[in-house]
Design a protein around this ligand. Structure first.
Ligand code: GDD
Length: 318
């Protein structure tokens, strides 16, 4: 059974990906940061902060991976504005620590690095949907740190480490933190329905346009990308996108249409960002042609499941 080391295993994507990887036949060693309790279903668990080079060397030596998926990151754009140092230390130096450890202790491993579509930034303004040849022009510390981390991965690829970079667009689903837009809206609707929040739903920029995917579809793409380990000459960087543009206002209306409660929508200036990408839509032709991947789950189904998840959470909320 191939051995796989998963960093960020205790996060939103990490927990779901753990199960999907096991179903795909991997033995999963979950690496989680010191501060998070381990509640993943992985085969083995390791604790270690990716900002700690020694801890990373130890983790990779112990896990003896054939594959690595590096999810651990600060991924919330507003947090990256508030704490750029933490963002760069985690996303860039964390990646460096992992890459050094792989080079030393698992030089044959194949590494998947989920970067982000956020790297395109200002380039979104001049294209209908961006492909991998578009030059990144990051607009926030998170995106800039992902560009820097990509650069670190490319340098290690040049030195012989094997792997691939993915640029996933917005992926959503049950269990995502309410720091992110669809989870935030669904949580508020559920709390209002349960009588635990006044019937006013707070929002940020509703005019932004995003390319949404169900987290399960993104996990399917990651599993397809791991198969590139056996395909020399594969592309080094691939978008994961639906190709469909959705205004945040439209997504809010879809969620509100799933509820019969009367809810007022109110702009919360705290939710506006120093800079926000107005339109982000991706072209995933390369991924489709390379792996055959296609998204399977309609947005309406994802939103329904998301709202049901938050309704269940709201029942237990005080
Ligand atoms: N979070 C949040 N909360 N965003 C809101 C809100 C709100 O109440 N109201 C409107 N928005 C808008 C944001 O301004 C942004 O334009 C859009 O909704 C999506 O915000 P997020 O869900 O926070 O995601 P993101 O687009 O900034 O970044 C996400 O996608 C990237 C991939 O494209 C994150 O998941 C990143 O980690 C990921 O790399």
């Amino acid at each position: 059974m191939p051995r796989l080391l998963l960093t960020g295993a205790n996060g939103f994507v990490g927990k779901i990906l753990t199960v999907r990887l096991q179903q795909a036949g991997f033995h999963v060693t979950a690496l989680s940061g010191n501060s998070t309790p381990v509640d993943s279903l992985a085969d083995e668990h390791l604790i270690g902060d990716i900002r700690d080079a020694n801890a990373m060397a130890h983790a990779v030596a112990q896990a003896k991976p054939d594959y690595v998926v590096h999810l651990a990151a600060i991924s919330h754009v507003p947090t990256s504005f508030k704490d750029p140092l933490l963002t760069w230390q985690t996303n860039v130096m964390g990646s460096m620590n992992l890459l050094e450890a792989i080079k030393l202790h698992a030089p044959q491993a194949f590494v998947l690095f989920p970067s982000s579509s956020e790297v395109y930034g200002a380039a979104f303004k001049s294209a209908n949907s961006v492909d991998e040849n578009t030059t990144p022009q990051p607009l926030n510390p998170y995106a800039a740190s992902k560009v820097a981390a990509e650069s670190a991965f490319r340098e290690y690829f040049r030195q012989g480490v094997k792997g691939v970079i993915a640029r996933p667009f917005n992926h959503i689903g049950a269990q995502q933190s309410a720091d992110f837009v669809t989870a935030s809206f669904a949580r508020q609707i559920a709390l209002i329905e349960a009588g635990k929040q006044a019937p006013i739903l707070k929002v940020g920029n509703l005019d932004a346009v995003r390319d949404f995917l169900d987290v399960q579809d993104v996990c399917s793409a990651y599993i397809e990308l791991l198969k590139l380990a056996d395909k020399p000459g594969h592309p080094s960087c691939l978008n994961i996108a639906s190709g469909h543009s959705r205004k945040i206002r439209e997504v809010l209306d879809l969620l509100l249409s799933l509820s019969s409660t009367k809810i007022e929508v109110e702009l919360d200036p705290e939710r506006l960002r120093p800079s926000d990408i107005p339109v982000a839509v991706g072209n995933a032709t390369l991924l489709r042609e390379t792996t055959g991947w296609q998204p399977q789950i309609p947005l309406q189904d994802t939103l329904r499941e998301l709202l049901d998840y938050w309704r269940e959470q709201a029942r237990h909320a005080s």
